[in-house]
Design a protein around this ligand. Structure first.
Ligand code: SF4
Ligand SMILES: [Zn+2]
Length: 485
């Protein structure tokens, strides 16, 4: 079949903005999913249940599912997750097509140009078939089914969710200490060039689509591919999850951009984040704890900003201390940010997410973690935590004395703004603490090194941050001796 538009990696990274869009399939204002399954007998057919896009109104939005069934010799079920992740790449190969996210949070747009050139779903199905067979010689036959019938999407979505959760459960009894190798994935480097996912039994990839066993199966079948083995080497820090060989590999694969990576800390050398993370853990200095927000939550976090703005702080392959993209299933891991205190430091999360991971939250903390139903600002969050006796409150007093112990030289934020790009981040630090008027005082807080994307030799202190930010102080370590006063 002739495809009426170009197909190839040159189209990756193309965005389809609202005014250029012919149709939107699934996405945050609708629903849908993608699923790849290993079956006994696929027969190379492309099927559409519901309408193709030429029957859809221009500018409209439709629920959407993509189901790819593949068959071939010695295909293991473990490959499903990795093959499924490929759907994202294939859609983005096609001119005028944008695909974001994975599993049940996919978001697809097709632009007017490509629609007018004649592109239809059936063509996309053919491309999926060809790329699967071309890139994975072990795949013999591929069936692609698109569903645009809303009721049918809904019905199949439930089944898909059961399959995702079964996949995630497979690694439950396996831990980092039980294995000698981890896996790395650099599939997202096409748009996040320094991003490396390190996948361990205790830390599934942040896209939520690839767990340890998936990665193992993928690297076995295609050792030269985007997913590769990483011997874990010697443990440097067990709490943080730092290993010497892992650091070496991350350094090499990130083109020297990332020197070290802690698998279980969001504060110190956290994992890099590409942009496909299912959720973000973010440090809230005013409470010395974390918030967690997932992609599905459309409201604002207590910082007064939504997921999308936070995502902008830490995507693109950056290692941003204080922010970390992650999969939702990582929250069920016994090592969930253990170096930072794990659940004991989580202070806020959306209600729906909290319900989803409730079983993983230690019983005595469930009621101490606020949601959007309890609080809508930092001040309210502080009051809530105090009232509920959240463990972070115990640290507030000790934080107040830090400044006296280590006096440092001060430079003002304006100077910093002149030196680096990314003033937006400065605005975020200021904005997050705006107009608060609380009686709970945590006068001085040090943000961790590199917080918010600042250079790691710059320390940021929020003074009197709980009441309001009177001053943001930037101290350049090592410069203090030489600096004229
Ligand atoms: S987020 Fe990580 S694991 Fe998932 S596709 Fe991208 S690089 Fe691979
Ligand atoms: Zn990614």
């Amino acid at each position: 079949m002739d495809i009426p538009v170009s197909v190839g990696p040159m189209n990756e990274g193309e965005r389809v903005r609202g005014p250029d869009m012919y149709v939107e399939l699934a996405g945050p204002k609708s629903y849908g999913f993608e699923l790849t399954r290993i079956v006994d007998n696929a027969s190379d057919k492309v099927e559409i249940i519901g309408e193709d896009i030429d029957k859809m109104e221009e500018g409209s939005r439709t629920p959407f599912a993509v189901i790819v069934n593949v068959s071939g010799d010695s295909l293991e079920e473990e490959l499903e997750g990795v093959l499924e992740r490929k759907i994202h790449e294939i859609f983005n190969y096609i001119e005028g097509v944008m695909h974001l996210n994975q599993r049940d949070s996919i978001w697809v747009r097709i632009n007017k140009d490509s629609f007018n050139k004649g592109l239809r779903l059936k063509h996309i199905g053919e491309v999926i078939k060809e790329v699967y067979k071309g890139e994975f010689p072990f795949i013999k036959h591929v069936d692609v089914t698109f569903i645009t019938d809303p009721d049918k999407v809904k019905e199949e979505l439930e089944k898909a969710r059961e399959i995702y959760s079964k996949r995630d459960d497979r690694t439950k009894n396996l831990h980092e200490e039980d294995v000698d190798v981890f896996y790395g994935c650099i599939m997202c480097q096409s748009f996040a060039p320094t991003h490396v996912c390190v996948i361990t039994p205790d830390r599934p990839a942040l896209c939520g689509g690839i767990n340890y066993l998936d990665a193992r199966a993928a690297s076995k079948i295609d050792p030269e591919g985007a997913i590769f083995e990483i011997p874990k080497g010697n443990c440097i820090d067990e709490e943080k999850g730092m290993y010497d060989v892992v650091n070496d590999v991350v350094y090499e694969k990130s083109q020297g951009a990332i020197e070290a990576m802690a698998l279980h800390s969001a504060l110190d050398k956290p994992s890099t984040s590409c942009g496909c993370f299912e959720a973000i853990t973010f440090y809230i200095p005013e409470v010395d704890g974390f918030g967690v927000v997932d992609r599905g939550f459309k409201g604002e976090t207590p910082l007064g900003i939504p997921f999308s703005v936070l995502a902008g702080q830490c995507s693109g392959g950056q290692q941003v201390e204080g922010f970390c993209g992650m999969s939702i299933s990582y929250m069920k891991s016994s090592k969930f940010f253990q170096a930072d205190g794990g659940w004991k430091r989580v202070t806020w999360m959306p209600k729906e997410l909290k319900d989803k991971v409730r079983d993983a939250i230690p019983e005595d903390l469930v009621d101490k973690i606020a949601t959007e139903e309890d609080v809508s600002s930092i001040e309210e969050l502080q009051n809530f935590l105090k009232e509920k006796g959240h463990p972070v409150v115990e640290n507030w007093e000790s934080m107040a004395t830090v400044e006296e112990e280590s006096p440092m030289e001060e430079e003002h934020i304006e100077e910093y703004e002149e030196k680096v790009e990314g003033v937006e981040r400065v605005e975020y630090v200021e904005g997050s603490t705006e107009s608060q008027d609380s009686e709970i005082t945590v006068p001085t807080m040090y943000l961790p090194e590199g917080f918010g994307g600042f250079q790691s030799d710059v320390k940021i202190i929020l003074k009197n941050a709980v009441i309001k930010v009177e001053e943001i102080i930037i101290v350049k370590e090592g410069n203090s001796k030489n600096k004229d006063k």
